[in-house]
Design a protein. Structure first.
Ligand code: BJW
Length: 262
């Protein structure tokens, strides 16, 4: 189906000087990466993601939780950036200085050409030692290849070769602080932008969900792309209902044309 943009949407983006792109799991959905609120499958079907993404779950059953992350890591490795990720990189080409802030723990923005996305919730690819969060984990390589099938399974986390403690996923779990530098960069960019584009996030998880609110309160125009209503509807001047991979390329192409750079 052809995407029809509401009047003025492309002009808003094409005219903007300082843009923040704020993304969530929905932008990677069409690359085959499940969103956080999709039902889990296989070994993890009886859990909610919210139950597994906690320090308590990891320390109660490290094999269950590490196996889940290895399975997800393998899935992301096999996934490719979609048209939505590519369109985000095209915004960075159109409007230099655009800041991409993502809640996602995958690397699909980087692989689509985004320059330096700010990762608020860490990365699947940066495991670290549980005792010394400052040092990245040195551990015997587990590539995730062993869980590359669709089943997944329990896997014992490796041990840090420096101190012998467990290695944990380098992501931010519920109840944990976000990385300070990333949060500061996100707040600063949101406070100073004139357009914030929020894409594929439920807007339910804090403090990340504050970022679009900070932009709105600072006078920026918030544009949202999401097939479903979210709590961010009320601060979004432009609500584009639909999939990121479909709407975003149309929006960005039109913004390039408006800016006279077809
Ligand atoms: C499409 C689409 C398509 C589908 N195209 N769209 C204030 C109020 C209430 C609670 C709190 C609060 N402040 C803090 C809290 C507690 C808690 C919290 O927010 N809880 C809520 C659930 C209520 N927050 C925390 O615990 C945070 N830490 C904290 O506050 O620490 C305090 C502290 C300070 C100092 C010292 C110590 C502590 C940490 C939050 C960490 C979140 N981490 C996770 C897991 C990461 C690792 C992993 O992936 O396993 O991050 S949770 C999960 O949610 C993940 C995501 O990044 C995050 C956001 O989810 P997202 O991206 O929005 O995805 P979904 O699945 O929710 O939505 C997908 C959307 O896409 C939907 O809207 C679809 O419609 C849409 N979509 N297809 C476009 N094709």
């Amino acid at each position: 189906m052809e995407t029809v943009l509401p009047p003025g949407a492309a002009e808003l983006l094409g005219r903007a000087r300082r843009v923040v792109v704020f993304t969530g799991a929905g932008i990677s959905a069409e690359s085959g990466v499940p969103t956080f609120r999709d039902d889990l499958t296989g070994l993890w079907a009886r859990f909610d993601a919210e139950q597994l993404a906690t320090p308590e779950a990891f320390f109660a059953d490290p094999e269950l939780v590490w196996g889940w992350y290895e399975w997800r890591r393998a899935r992301v490795r096999r996934a490719q950036p979609n048209a939505g990720h590519l369109a985000v990189a095209a915004i960075e080409d159109l409007i230099p200085g655009t800041v991409v802030i993502t809640q996602n723990v995958d690397d699909l923005h980087e692989r689509a050409g985004s320059r330096a996305p700010v990762h608020l919730h860490g990365s699947l690819f940066a495991p670290r030692c549980v005792t010394e969060s400052a040092h990245p984990a040195d551990f015997p390589t587990t590539t995730g290849e062993e869980v590359a099938d669709d089943e997944g399974g329990r896997i014992a986390p490796p041990r840090c070769v420096r101190c012998g403690a467990l290695v944990r996923p380098g992501v931010v779990w519920f109840g944990e602080a976000l990385p300070g530098a990333a949060l500061t960069a996100a707040v600063e960019a949101a406070s100073a932008c004139d357009v914030l584009l929020t894409i594929g996030t439920s807007g339910l998880v804090y403090p990340a969900a504050e970022i679009p609110h900070i932009a709105a309160h600072s006078g920026a125009t918030v544009m949202q792309i999401n097939p479903q209503p979210t709590p961010l509807d009320e601060i979004s001047a432009v609500n584009l209902r639909g999939s990121a991979a479909q709407i975003l390329p149309t929006l960005v192409r039109a913004a390039w044309e408006f800016a006279g750079k077809p």
